[in-house]
Structure formats: structure tokens, C-alpha cells
Design a protein around this ligand. Structure first.
Ligand code: FES
Length: 106
């Protein structure tokens, strides 16, 4: 299974999900050394794991929850495709998911 992340320099990173290492997208990006601050550790309050979803296979994403929507209000330049990576669990349906790191607050 593979997930693509576009960083803030427009470089593409292919993250390969190994069996038994599935967690959430924020953790995967941190493990891969991508510049995700994830200040709240995945508690859905800081919005520093903000990404734009560029391609989502069917079933890859759950509905936007109220907590995630509230946290996205704190994000820099949120858009219609904004999600918090810590709220995207890695499942088989995520194969082919493509996201872009959102800019950080200046
Ligand atoms: S890590 Fe804080 S909202 Fe995702």
C-alpha cells in the first residue's frame, strides 16, 4: 500500500505502509521525516498536521467530524479539501491516497 505526500517544496514522497505499522497519516508522515509539527500529538486540537487531500480512493476518508472541523478553524489557509492528518486512520482503502502539506502560519 502506498500513500503520496507532496511537501512544501512541491516534492513528492511515496510512503509505503508495511503490514503491522498502520496508525494514522500524521504518524506516518512524522516517521518519514516530513516537516509536520503535530504539536498536540494527534489530539485534534492544534491543526499543525493540516493537509490538502489531492486524491482520495473510495472509502479512504471518513466524514469530517465536528472536532476536526473546529480544529481546522485554527489552520492556516484552510480549503474545501482540508483535513487533519491525525484524523485519517490508515486502512486498506488508503492505498493511492495523495495529500499535500498545507503551509504553516508565517
Ligand atoms: S496533530 Fe494536532 S491536530 Fe493533528
Amino acid at each position: 500500500m502506498q500513500i503520496t505526500v507532496i511537501d512544501r517544496q512541491n516534492q513528492s514522497h511515496e510512503l509505503v505502509v508495511e503490514p503491522g505499522t498502520r496508525s494514522n497519516l500524521m504518524m506516518m508522515m512524522v516517521d518519514a521525516g516530513l516537516p509536520v509539527r503535530a504539536e498536540c500529538g494527534g489530539s485534534c486540537v492544534c491543526a499543525t498536521c493540516h493537509v490538502y487531500v489531492r486524491q482520495a480512493p473510495a472509502g479512504a476518508l471518513s466524514e469530517l467530524g465536528e472536532d476536526e472541523e473546529d480544529a481546522l478553524d485554527l489552520a492556516f489557509e484552510p480549503g474545501p479539501d482540508s483535513r487533519l492528518a491525525c484524523q485519517i486512520p490508515i486502512t486498506d482503502a488508503c492505498d493511492g491516497l495523495k495529500v499535500e502539506l498545507a503551509p504553516e502560519w508565517p
